[in-house]
Write a protein that binds this ligand. Structure first.
Ligand code: C5P
Length: 282
């Protein structure tokens, strides 16, 4: 049996790629599969946590049992959703009276998309472009929203997005064209710097100088842990089922680094979850 190192903890995880619209039918994205984030969500549930999984892009992975999953597209949408989930104010986390439970789970089964009052007008709307699948459990919040304890950023956030997505499909009338791109927000750093009490875990994919870059990000993004994989290796990472990682700890902790040998993403996720749980209690 898994040690319940995360019992009573609320964990928010970002996973998968983000999708940045170019026009109504085209987008910029990357090959992230979301597998690492989903494996971590499963491992955190097994360790007793309440898990909220923010899945970017078009992750085709099945929704996990006992995980509140929220699908988003762009980095900006992922940031807003992560901020609301960490603060405990996202619509998917509100207390829902007992009689509405069945209603909600039916909705998530037939994949209709319920849109809560994100526009702030005080009403609930139905939108076909909304990607929130609400899986209600007994998130009984009192008067105060419940803030998260742990934030894990596995998402492969697009570094850039189009400055303005074209409102209509772009026609192929020109021989060449230029996309005007602007930098996306750093979701991990934004969340981490805004919540000093939150236990924050980052990921890094590097091809060289793994340790130096990892330690730089630990400090600049104010992380507790960073898990790195060497993406110059063809046998691990991204779309692969396997991974191998080196975990670096913030100077606040007694450990310096730990190496996780090549294993399935599920196994790596279990080991990482144990490390998170043990470090959290230090
Ligand atoms: O800076 P770099 O992209 O290497 O950092 C990787 C880490 O930061 C990952 O944990 C990733 O999920 C997170 N990240 C983020 N938002 C970004 C870029 C990276 O949350 N815009």
């Amino acid at each position: 049996t898994t040690p319940q190192l995360l019992a009573g903890k609320r964990v928010v995880i970002t996973a998968g790629p983000t999708v940045e619209a170019i026009d109504p039918v085209r987008y910029l994205s990357n090959h992230s599969s979301g597998k690492m984030g989903f494996a971590l969500a499963r491992a955190c549930v097994a360790a007793g946590a309440e898990v909220i999984l923010i899945a970017g892009g078009k992750v085709g992975l099945p929704t996990l049992l006992n995980v509140t999953r929220i699908d988003v597209l762009s980095a900006e949408e992922m940031l807003l959703t992560a901020q609301q989930c960490v603060a405990g104010t996202h619509a998917a986390l509100q207390y829902v009276p007992e009689e509405e439970h069945e209603h909600h789970s039916e909705h998530s089964h037939d994949h209709s998309h319920e849109h809560h009052d994100d526009c702030g007008c005080g009403e609930t709307h139905e939108h076909e472009d909304d990607h929130t699948h609400t899986h209600m459990h007994d998130h009984v919040t009192d008067d105060e929203p419940r803030v998260a304890d742990v934030f894990i950023a596995t998402a492969a956030v697009a570094d850039y997005r189009t400055r303005d997505a074209a409102p209509q499909k772009i026609k192929k009338t020109q021989e060449s064209m230029t996309l005007d791109l602007v930098k996306n927000p750093d979701i991990l750093a934004t969340i981490s710097l805004a919540h000093p009490e939150l236990f924050v875990v980052g990921f890094a994919a590097e091809t060289q100088d793994v340790e130096r870059y990892a330690r730089g990000k630990l400090v600049s993004k104010d992380l507790d842990l960073i898990a790195c994989n060497d993406v110059s290796r063809a046998d691990i990472g991204f779309a692969s089922d396997d991974n191998a990682m080196q975990v670096f700890f913030s100077e606040r902790y007694e450990h310096d680094s730990v190496t996780l040998e090549k294993a399935s993403k599920d196994k790596i996720a279990e080991q990482l979850t144990r490390i998170i749980g043990e470090t959290l209690w230090q």
